[in-house]
Design a protein around this ligand. Sequence first.
Ligand SMILES: C[S@@+](CC[C@H](N)C(=O)[O-])C[C@H]1O[C@@H](n2cnc3c(N)ncnc32)[C@H](O)[C@@H]1O
Length: 222
Amino acid sequence: MTATRTPPPAEARATATAQRRYNRQAALFDLSEAAVEPLFGRWRRRLWGNIPAGSRVLEIGVGTGKNMRCYPPSVSVVAVDFSPRMLSRAIRRARKGRVHVQLAMMDAQALALADASFDVVVATFVFCSVPDPVLGLQEVRRVLRPDGRILLLEHVRSRLPVLGRLMDWLNPISVRLQGYNINRDTVGNVAEAGLAVRRADNLLLDIFKLIDGAPAAGRGAG
Ligand SMILES: C[S@@+](CC[C@H](N)C(=O)[O-])C[C@H]1O[C@@H](n2cnc3c(N)ncnc32)[C@H](O)[C@@H]1O
């Protein structure tokens, strides 16, 4: 079965706004992250290094395709994004690098993909932007095989009181300018979506995390 629900108007509006924000910044996206990419690149390699050979992988929010250089040759990847302008850059990158990947425009909150059809779902810096992250993560749970795995690289709200409050205060500016929230509890959202959090490793302070999860026992709950 694939997701077919029609989103309520408020959800559709929030998704359209988020999509527009990423379309707007697509041309300068790689440049805007150039300074941090050496660090992010190390984390990307660590994440992709966890994926067993032969896996069928779904990458959500592929963006301009920065993870492509880390795809292990032995896996098959379907990669999706809801922003046509980000996606067209990913298509260009895949062609240029001769990367074997199936790219499609798709909303994480309504994946047009069959139940239990992937071994691993990957997303890097995405669930900070998905308008309804729990809905998106429930979709991840649906498309994962029962013995599958979700691997996320995310920045989250700091648990340090002063820093956390500062992030809350700055969040509306970040959303408006860059399209992403800086104060989400993504580890909590993974659990709320009915996935089991196996590990959440701190990569930098308590803000950048590598989250390793799996469909919780008793699919269909939560
Ligand atoms: C900060 S960028 C990260 C891109 C890429 N994963 C990376 O690591 O460079 C977030 C990406 O998630 C995509 N995105 C956000 N919400 C989405 C949704 N609901 N469905 C699909 N893609 C989404 C955006 O279009 C954007 O390309």
